[in-house]
Design a protein around this ligand. Structure first.
Ligand code: HEC
Length: 231
């Protein structure tokens, strides 16, 4: 009982600063999860691992073993392997200054809205080492060591330093709505990864409620039967 009271103000504090948009999370939308998985494997595993995630968990979102093998395994991994990172973490630390963190439970750590907003908030900044900054990552300095790996799709945004508004200065291959949808699918997949058992848990919850409902009716009938002769 005490824990939420302690944690709640902390999460509020941690998110203060940057404006966050609501992530379109839907654990039952397998098409969205599959698109998100493809984007993640193709664009993020170069630098980030997902050490708690095995490729064969993708069977749960409707992919077949053959689809996983043909489309998502590139360098001799097996379906039962965890999602390991392509670059050596020591090199990564040398190149970026920090090692890219494991993303298995990122959504649990930061929240889905944070991740969704982060993926849409990179902007061109000639003063930063990678040429990109992101005020969701650090609302004070806006500095981040991750380059905008999806910029060909999103295009380039610039920041108006007075209003703190981002505007698209150079369009990418996708329209704004299409890029938002891609970021949404990606976040949906990261949320699935962080809590793959959520759907089963929801299902179990309904079964338990149904069971309790049936039990209530039966006990009521039993009570009536017991007291029948007394009243
Ligand atoms: C070129 C390497 C590289 C690639 C590719 C990359 N990232 Fe990153 N990412 C980083 C680095 C480095 C950081 C650490 C940033 C920092 O601490 O300043 C980071 C940080 C993050 C964070 C914030 C972690 C935290 O909570 O502090 C998220 C979320 C993230 N990346 C998501 C992604 C996603 C999703 C993709 C694929 C679309 C991706 N990254 C691709 C290098 C990369």
């Amino acid at each position: 009982m005490l824990l939420p009271c302690v944690l709640f103000p902390l999460t509020v504090l941690a998110n203060a600063g940057a404006h966050l948009d609501k992530a379109p999370i839907d654990a039952s939308n397998h098409d969205s999860l599959q698109r998100g998985a493809r984007t993640f494997v193709n664009n993020c595993l170069n630098c980030h691992s997902a050490n708690y995630m095995r490729y064969n968990r993708l069977l749960e979102i409707g992919l077949t073993e053959k689809q996983i093998k043909d489309n998502l395994l590139f360098s001799g991994e097996k379906v039962g392997d965890t999602m390991k990172v392509a670059i050596n973490p020591v090199d990564a630390k040398k190149w970026f200054g920090v090692a890219p963190p494991d993303l298995s439970v990122e959504v649990r750590a930061r929240g889905a809205d944070w991740v969704y907003s982060y993926m849409r908030s990179f902007y061109r900044d000639d003063t930063s080492a990678t040429g990109w900054s992101n005020c969701v990552f650090d609302p004070v300095t806006c500095k981040v060591s991750m380059p905008h790996v999806l910029y060909e799709l999103q295009g380039e945004q610039v920041m108006n330093h007075e209003t703190h508004q981002l505007t698209l200065s150079k369009p990418g291959k996708l329209s704004v709505a299409e890029y938002d949808a891609l970021a949404g699918d990606l976040t949906n997949f990261l949320a699935f990864m962080a809590e793959p058992a959520k759907q089963q848990r929801n299902h179990l919850g309904w079964v338990v409620l149904l069971f309790l409902g049936v039990l209530l009716v039966l006990t009521y009938k039993l009570k009536k039967a017991y007291w029948k002769d007394i009243h």
